[in-house]
Design a protein around this ligand. Structure first.
Ligand code: NAP
Length: 512
């Protein structure tokens, strides 16, 4: 398959006439073959109009057809073969193992959503039969179902070039819900995006769906994404990236004549609370698992454990000593983009310069485009006094906060912003104290873990990958797992409809 740098719109390919750009090789920063043409205002208009027109038929498509479509996307992605993995390695610097795993996760997600669509429960059909003889007023006949929101714009994530990009979780859940999708490819992996986009376009065509069900647009700047979010035909947004980018898009969506939901996943430092009993029992073991999680994928995971909280004790010293022993052996790793590498170096330098922060240990140093792991510690007092200490440093950097007692540790938890995950490390003797904290932690994060770390997000019906702001824009939902479909649906109630007027799933034959 050849990468041509074309936009994929309205069932065809089209060279974008706006600013040309190249995918960069992550390891060297050098341009990779084939330039990409940015989309113009006319391309945005074409994609939005086609998505809107496609919505009429796609929303009503038989669930079996929609499910088959999702499965076909998975099949088409698999059929690309090694070309996809090689291009993704070049553009992201991620390892083959990681990318093959991510491809498997991407196709699993698509197949899981296909099952969800066939199962049909997401429609939430409800029948509340009327009673004309009820006194003093007759009871109306009410039936309810979920309907899709309309065309969705998805921003591909830099850190998940497959599982959270063109055919990733946001796209799969929106398509499953019955919403056409326009993807704004991440400029960090345009070639990977095109290959997957072509697979998706083939699946649209093979299934005989309206070609507007899917479009892929490129842009090396922000104009295309902003125009799409502002477009009246777009009814929801899926985004993974920076807090600045996410909040900018939320603001555009809020200022629209008809504001729309933006499901933005932005920043999270994923606190890890080490209880005294666990530290006494297995501090070195926890430290070793912590370092593995911290440096995984150069730390470029939204669930990376960036903050460790513990009450001062001998076990905490053992934990810190063990982490300090392991980190210097960790090699520097290529980061996803030059700007992510720059932001990481700046964040680490800021921590090193901070008068109340001590550098515990660092990984092996590397080049400008690489990230070296770093671990710091500070006191709870200093952490509470400086809000900047809880800003996400995207990469393999962690901060241990030493607390005087459990009351101080709780004050830190009260001050920490919304998170994707909180991990608790406990033994039996810690359980009563940990149990007391659970209601507080439920207010803080979307996923609570015991004796583990948040990296490695299971795709499951019971998964929540979300959390209060700024972890996400809307903590009432998840972007991983089958529950993600509900982000792109809304309930409609049908009162006193005749059978002929009712949508098919709500008719008498279904009800009785
Ligand atoms: P980003 O800069 O927010 O970019 C994400 C996507 O949004 C890209 O397609 C980007 O366009 C677009 N975009 C960004 N700002 C925009 C704006 N103001 N208006 C319209 N579109 C906008 O995120 P990133 O490139 O993935 O990484 C940058 C930083 O984001 C990282 O250093 C890290 O702090 C954070 N991040 C966090 C997570 C997480 O899950 N918590 C994941 C990834 C990144 P372009 O393609 O043209 O840049």
């Amino acid at each position: 398959m050849t990468i041509t740098g074309s936009l994929l719109v309205a069932g065809a390919e089209k060279r974008g006439s706006n600013a040309e750009f190249y995918g960069l090789e992550a390891v060297t920063g050098k341009p990779l073959p084939t330039s990409f043409g940015g989309a113009s205002v006319e391309d945005v208009e074409l994609a939005a109009q086609h998505a809107w027109e496609a919505f009429a038929s796609y929303r009503e498509a038989d669930p079996k057809i929609r499910a088959g479509f999702l499965e076909m996307i998975a099949q088409e992605i698999e059929s690309i073969g090694d070309e996809l993995i090689l291009r993704a390695i070049a553009e992201t610097g991620l390892t083959r193992g990681r990318l093959e795993g991510e491809r498997a996760r991407t196709t699993l997600q698509l197949r899981l959503f296909a099952k969800e669509v066939r199962d049909g429960r997401f429609q939430e059909l409800r029948f509340d039969v009327g009673d004309p003889s009820r006194k003093p007023v007759p009871k109306p006949d009410l039936r309810l179902r979920n309907v899709p929101l309309g065309p969705v714009v998805v921003f591909g994530a830099s850190n998940f070039p497959l599982a959270f990009s063109v055919a990733g979780g946001d796209t799969a859940s929106a398509l499953a819900a019955g919403c056409p999708v326009i993807v704004k490819a991440h400029s960090a992996h345009p070639g990977t995006s095109e290959l997957v986009g072509r697979a998706l376009q083939r699946a649209v065509s093979n299934t005989g769906l309206h070609p507007g069900v899917f479009a892929l647009l490129f842009d090396s700047g922000f104009e295309v994404g902003q125009k799409l979010v502002a477009d009246r035909r777009i009814r929801a947004v899926g985004f993974t990236g920076s807090r600045r980018g996410g909040t900018a898009l939320m603001e555009i969506a809020r200022r629209r004549k008809q504001p729309i939901p933006v499901y933005a996943e932005m920043s999270s430092i994923n606190p890890v609370v080490l209880f005294p009993g666990a530290l006494k029992d297995r501090a070195a073991h926890i430290a070793s698992d912590f370092v593995t999680s911290l440096v995984l994928g150069a730390g470029q995971f939204c669930t990376n454990p960036g903050l460790v909280l513990a009450v001062e004790c001998e076990g905490l010293e053992v934990f810190i000593r063990k982490a300090a022993e392991l980190l210097p052996d960790v090699g520097a790793q290529a980061m996803l983009t030059p700007s992510i590498a720059k932001a990481y170096h700046e964040g680490v330098a800021k921590l090193r310069r901070h008068p109340d922060v001590r550098t515990v240990a660092s990984g092996r140093s590397g080049g400008e485009l690489e990230g070296s792991a770093a671990l710091f510690d500070t006191s709870a007092r200093a952490f509470l006094a400086d809000h900047q200490l809880q800003e996400e440093v995207f990469g393999a950097a962690g901060l241990v906060v030493r607390c005087k007692d459990i009351a101080e540790l709780e004050r830190v938890l009260d001050e920490v912003e919304g998170q994707l995950t909180v991990s608790l490390h406990v033994t039996g003797e810690d359980e009563a104290e940990a149990r007391r904290l659970v209601p507080k932690l439920e207010m803080l994060a979307g996923r609570l873990l015991v004796n583990g770390f948040g990296t490695g997000v299971e795709v499951s019906p019971a998964m929540v990958h979300g959390g209060p702001y700024p972890a996400t824009a809307d903590g009432r939902s998840t972007s991983v797992g089958t529950m993600a479909i509900y982000r792109f649906l809304r309930p409609v109630s049908y009162q006193d409809f005749t059978d002929a007027l009712l949508p098919e799933p709500l008719r008498e034959a279904t009800c009785s």
